[in-house]
Design a protein around this ligand. Sequence first.
Ligand code: PLP
Length: 435
Amino acid sequence: MGCWGAWGAGSAASGEKSPSSSGAAAASAKRSANARREMCGGTPVELKLGMRAKVSSAPATGEAPTRELFGPGPSNVDPRVTRALAQPLVGHLDPYFLQLMDETMDALRRVYRTTNHHTIPMSATGSGGLETIMLNLLEPGDEAIVGVIGYFGQRLAEMASRAGATVRVLEAPLGDVIAPERIAAELRRKPAKLVALVHAETSTGAWQPVEDIAGVAHEHGALFAIDCVTSLGGVPVDIDRWGVDAAGSCSQKCLGSPPGLAPVTFGPRALDAVRRRRHKPSTWYFDLNLVFQYWGEAGGPKDRVFHHTAPVASLYAFREALRLVLEEGLEARWRRHRDAHERFARGLERLGLELFTPAAQRLPQLNVIKIPPGVDDALVRRQLLARGIEIAGGFGPLKGKTWRVGLMGYNATPARVDLLLNAIEEVLRVGAFLR
Ligand code: PLP
């Protein structure tokens, strides 16, 4: 297995000059130079970060097609969520809407298993929530350690670097995870303000244990933040019990809502760091202090200050999705995701297909399948799409070698798994790829 290699820091870290002498380019090169890469053994692989998709020549007119969304998200949503989306609009300062905001915060706290007041869906996709964490917790001159077990870890490191921090990256080979001892050793070597990791790495299907790393970070006086974009609602996330200081997720995966919202939570240690900042964050839109003048500080004034026009309809849908999660119960939902994965894995075995991610750290909601030799990745995915079914390809070093199949939220049921397995079998038989 390969390793994720440098995420663009190689040349700068080795002292090469930036090709441009402009101030912005020089600043960017300096930030990149902050990123020091740790080798994970073997030859490092240069990663192409782009995730390209072919543009179809068919005109996008008329109604959107019905798709069964078995990629890494968005996934299909419950009809109750679709109905909520179509409710009449109200203003973003309407008393009804302010009440909905409070209800949403309350439900989100229960889903994140936290008493953190500062728990809201940011008006952004998951990436925006993660930038909110990095831009509020870090400032120029800070040190951060980012565990990189795949593509999304690299992005987290890039965000930390753009927040002005000096980033030390610890990598693991593809499919693997980072042991707490490695973080402890790095913190002993040099302290850091923040340790950050991806909990569910969507590029490799690896499930990174985080609880022990939270303890290690705190022992060394560091904050601990996680990307739980693919984990929240699908596998246990227990913010207060684990001692996570900040976390960011998305609306469109295991929580079962359309894309466009980024649920985040910030605990007391993280807020203390925000209060003790030497400078205002470089972001206006994601500045927590401003955003909470709209969402309401704990014990603060009842009236709300306009910050931006909240995506009212998306929040109707999101509140309904959270209600569905809580009605089902978190444990039952995690079990449903695990059962769906096990059914899918048994079906794949029957078809002679293998999972890429080692069993010990395999996510149930995101299945990375090895493409058998001789099978045309793009052709199979095109034929599935012609049947109304979306799955995703791999990227980076796994492009053309893996498929990524999400069984998330509404799609994590036996009927949906069977629908997908039957379609995969049919496509592979038509292509004469199955014996
Ligand atoms: N982090 C992880 C682990 C992801 O899987 C994704 C998206 O798939 C993101 C971050 C980015 O989230 P979004 O696409 O909602 O901005």
